[in-house]
Design a binder for this molecule. Structure first.
Ligand code: AHR
Length: 327
């Protein structure tokens, strides 16, 4: 079953399956949370720490756990889905009450999430969705609408470029929901403009260094035909800007650069005139994640996705917003 179809069954009472869970101290397995000696114990499986967005998300979850007096068992998978699966298995063995999961890719989660469900531990997904066979394998997903983000970026670029551009698309991690959906949304937005041409679309793995390396190679291959860059995150956009400058191009002027995340450094780049536009994607998901954990543990119904609203920033509104950025 596709992830998108889950969103159509919003409101399914997945929490019912977890209503037997108790916060802390009630014994290992079964979501008892014995590891905390009376405290609520929650496991958090994070993908890695390879860009500032992800670090901001990790800090948000850690800070919120500390604020609520929750013991957080944190695992950094260093970019490996297998390490996330092992961490989840270890959380089950440690008897956590709930699991927060930021899944690297969309697929490959069915078996481990079935193990978690059998242990009666609710799972709250943060920032990325999964494709699973059974929607009750997770309680809710707290994330942005990545298709909408891509569409906003595409519509902005069509307007900015007057419907004519030679575009390089720097994709996020292959198989990750934001890479799949931001591509889909952007390509749909430019589909009605025949002179908006994607010259090349390659992954930069959501990393600044990869974005720079890929861009260097694509500048060699496509040269002056490149008039725009669409990067699936700000970090890759900054890498692309560095590669363009090294090649004697003027990012922000002769090459329009648009990206996603809305990080503070992207606002600085807009101020400097090197980045033209960023669509925000809020990484500060800790408070919503723990609200969802609390509800799931009480057996309350949760919608299958709690959507974050995102805004678009360019030279017209970024300078005024810059002092307010929290990430
Ligand atoms: O899942 C959200 C995306 O993942 C962010 O856009 C990106 O910066 C991160 O790695």
């Amino acid at each position: 079953m596709k992830r998108q179809s889950f969103l159509r069954v919003a409101g399914l009472a997945a929490a019912v399956s977890f209503s037997a869970c108790k916060p802390s101290g009630s014994g290992g397995g079964g979501g008892g949370g014995a590891a905390g000696g009376g405290k609520l114990v929650v496991g958090f499986s994070q993908i890695g720490a390879d860009n500032p967005w992800r670090t901001a998300e990790t800090e948000s979850v850690k800070a919120e756990a500390a604020k609520r007096g929750i013991e957080l068992k944190f695992s950094d998978a260093q970019g490996q889905q297998e390490a996330q699966i092992s961490a989840i298995r270890s959380f089950i063995a440690q008897g956590v009450s709930a699991i927060i999961l930021a899944p690297k890719v969309e697929t490959g989660w069915d078996a481990i999430l079935k193990e978690v469900k059998a242990a009666k531990i609710p799972v709250v997904l943060v920032d990325r969705g999964v494709t699973v066979s059974d929607p009750t394998l997770f309680a809710t997903l707290i994330a942005s609408d990545f298709v909408a983000e891509g569409r906003m970026a595409g519509e902005w670029l069509v307007k900015k470029s007057g419907g004519k551009a030679g575009i390089i698309q720097l994709e996020g991690t292959t198989g990750a929901a934001p890479a799949n959906d931001r591509k889909k949304g952007f390509e749909a937005a430019i589909a009605g403009s025949p002179d908006m041409k994607v010259l090349a679309s390659q992954t930069g793995d959501f990393k600044r260094s990869d974005g720079k390396n890929v861009m260097e190679a694509l500048i060699k291959a496509h040269g002056a035909a490149i008039t725009a860059v669409y990067a699936h995150n700000d970090d890759m956009a900054i890498g692309a800007i560095q590669a363009l400058e090294a090649a004697g191009r003027q990012p922000g002027k002769d090459v329009t650069v648009v990206s996603i995340d809305g990080m503070g450094f992207a606002f600085e780049a807009i101020k400097e005139g090197k980045l033209n536009c960023t669509v925000e994607c809020n990484p500060l998901l800790g408070p919503m994640a723990f609200d969802a954990v609390a509800k799931a543990l009480k057996g309350e119904e949760l919608p299958k996705q709690l959507v974050q609203e995102d805004r678009l920033f360019d030279e017209t509104n970024a300078p005024a917003e810059l002092p307010n950025r929290k990430y």
